[in-house]
Ligand binder design. Sequence first.
Ligand SMILES: C[S@@+](CC[C@H](N)C(=O)[O-])C[C@H]1O[C@@H](n2cnc3c(N)ncnc32)[C@H](O)[C@@H]1O
Length: 224
Amino acid sequence: MVGADPQVVARIDPDGRMEMAWSDDPCGHGVCVDFRRVSLRGVAKSALVRACGGRGRIVDATAGLGGDAWLLSAAGSDVCAIERSPIVLRVLADGLQRARDDARMSVVAARLELQDGDAIELLSKLRGEWTAIYLDPMYPPKHGSALAQKSIRLVRAVVGDDPDADALLLAAAATRTQRIVVKRPHRAPSLLCPPDAQIESKLVRYDIYAGAGRGLRTLRERAA
Ligand SMILES: C[S@@+](CC[C@H](N)C(=O)[O-])C[C@H]1O[C@@H](n2cnc3c(N)ncnc32)[C@H](O)[C@@H]1O
């Protein structure tokens, strides 16, 4: 059992899967990564995939439990997903390994690579050209809203609110990528400066900093 926080643990559930749970949850009542449950309906035309510019080589610098990275891989991209929380990474890596071992998912899983560490440091060290860098930092919970999903509450209890999201955006801008995408709640302001484009979905907004746009230029100047 591994515990990064006194209340949250990663442990093996009765089905042999790594789960993340509150320490007083009965075993098997935690959250594990099971990519079979991710709906891929309409994924190629989804707001996430369009925001990232369609198929390409994408860095997901905030992997979390891998839902977005999986969708991007399923849409045909090669994805490098970076996660700095050891406990979150452990649960994600376990789910990805099971997907690799499952003939129905192995093709998608083969396009998804995990990196352990802080993307603020790792982005400058990644080799090759990346068509997009995708960021989905945690944001503070909305007051008065319905209780967030258990997976979100557990991840938040372990990683907090990602207060260095601006630094991560600048680290992305310091690379040669031509597109940076930031997922934001509808109510939240953009990070650092206005984006060059936005794509809205029902639940979230994607801020896009791209190409010769003023937003990406401003970020590059601030990152220099
Ligand atoms: C909101 S969650 C991401 C959810 C993810 N998009 C998904 O679909 O499951 C944010 C995650 O990004 C990670 N994170 C935030 N900043 C990071 C950084 N600089 N380097 C690596 N991971 C980071 C956090 O530890 C957390 O697990």
